[in-house]
Design a binder for this molecule. Structure first.
Ligand code: GDD
Ligand code: MN
Length: 365
């Protein structure tokens, strides 16, 4: 393969990692045509000097930014300096082994336009991680899968090591924030086929990780921002709107049944059951053709399957409302008039549950 590969490598205080990185790249990519573009955020340890001193020996480009603006934004800046049509993003600290780049390329040659070096497909790993970091990583991925359905097929959407064809970014409006540049590209880019290649996340020998609590908060903001941009937040509001209409149906039908028919007295419980189930059905229909219209599936069978799932989810939702109400009033002694708030707490939790479970299961993308 003769195509030029543009490597984008953000650096912040990585001086002692540069030489081994370039040596290993040279070895791993012998026979390939590549350029290593370093985006340094004004490292105090002389990283930029080190890179510049190696520019006669290796195909290196160096961009130094005056202030530290973050990993994701460094990658996006790097994109305006590429000459190739195949782009690889990787860390400078050798935690991303250059030796697997040819494996990534193989997938591109086989037709993928985005390839992720993944810690979580079979064969991948993060040796030596503390339990807390493992949980953190898994938790972050779970949240992305939950809130950004487009990432659900990907086992490691947080990887900082990936390759893609330039076309993936055509028309994409990247708004880098924090660390997770791949997530941004997956949400905003127009990739068609994503492949994942396993790798073992190396340990750091020199320098320090810059991942801190601030980055975690930035991640949550980034997720929220992506939910807005991908329409997932709108979906949530549509779901809430449908839920509100369901309350109207429920109350209205109950009123009709108890006031206009003879279903009164001890039979009013049947009016509750009938009107509640009716509102579950109208909610389902509205969600099917409005909230989740983009996930429509033809056929009566799938309609009924979804209706059944929606009913089961709603049943759990009702239990959450009642259970929450019970706990708050019986164990925490919440009393009138705050029982209304206790009920609202239950309703809100059930609503969240309903939204997430239906998004995940009933209208599985
Ligand atoms: N230019 C620039 N600006 N580079 C930065 C900045 C910054 O503000 N912050 C970090 N970097 C560079 C580092 O010098 C390193 O080359 C790379 O970005 C990764 O930074 P680390 O601080 O080593 O990150 P990490 O090892 O904790 O996190 C890595 O693994 C995560 C998955 O667990 C990264 O690859 C993440 O992207 C990835 O999500
Ligand atoms: Mn690292």
């Amino acid at each position: 393969m003769n195509e030029l590969i543009s490597l984008i490598i953000p650096t912040h205080n990585e001086r002692d990692n540069i030489t081994p990185l370039l040596e290993r790249l040279e070895c791993a990519l012998s026979g390939y045509n590549y350029e290593a573009i370093f985006i340094d955020d004004n490292s105090a340890d002389g990283t930029a000097k080190m890179i510049a001193s190696l520019a006669s020996k290796y195909p290196v480009k160096l961009i130094v930014r005056k202030d530290k603006r973050g990993l994701a934004s460094a990658v996006v800046d790097g994109l305006s300096h590429i000459s190739g049509k195949i782009i690889t993003v990787m860390d400078a600290d050798l935690q991303h082994p250059p030796e697997i780049i040819p494996n990534l390329l193989k997938e591109i040659e086989a037709g993928a336009n985005t390839v992720i070096a993944s810690r979580y497909v079979k064969g991948g790993s993060c040796p030596g991680w503390r339990l807390s970091r493992k949980l953190n990583s898994r938790g972050a991925i779970f949240l992305a899968h939950l809130l950004l359905p487009a990432t659900r097929q990907i086992s490691d959407p947080m990887s900082g090591f990936f390759m893609f064809k330039k076309g993936v970014l055509t028309g994409a409006n990247l708004e880098p924030l924090g660390y997770k540049i791949l997530l941004e590209i997956l949400a905003a880019g127009n990739f068609k086929r994503v492949a994942e290649v396993p790798f073992a996340f190396g340990s750091r020998n020199d320098g320090k990780s810059k991942l801190n609590a601030g980055q975690q908060i930035a991640y949550l903001r980034h997720l929220f921002n992506l939910m807005k941009r991908t329409g997932e937040l709108t979906r949530f509001f549509k779901f809430a709107l449908v839920g509100a209409s369901g309350i109207g149906v429920n109350e209205g039908l109950y009123w009709l049944l108890t006031r206009l028919t003879s279903l009164v007295g001890s039979l009013d419980i049947w009016a509750v059951v009938i009107s509640t189930e009716t509102s579950v059905i109208t909610n389902f229909i509205l969600n099917n053709y409005f909230t989740f219209a983009d996930r429509s599936q033809p056929g009566l069978k799938s309609f009924l399957k979804r209706l059944l799932r929606f009913n089961l989810v709603s049943l759990v939702g009702i239990s959450i409302t009642v259970g929450m109400f019970y706990i708050l009033t019986r164990f925490f002694g919440v009393q009138e008039p705050y029982d209304l708030l206790a009920l609202l707490t239950g309703i809100t939790m059930a609503m969240l549950w309903n939204y997430l479970a239906n998004n995940w299961w009933t209208w599985k993308p």
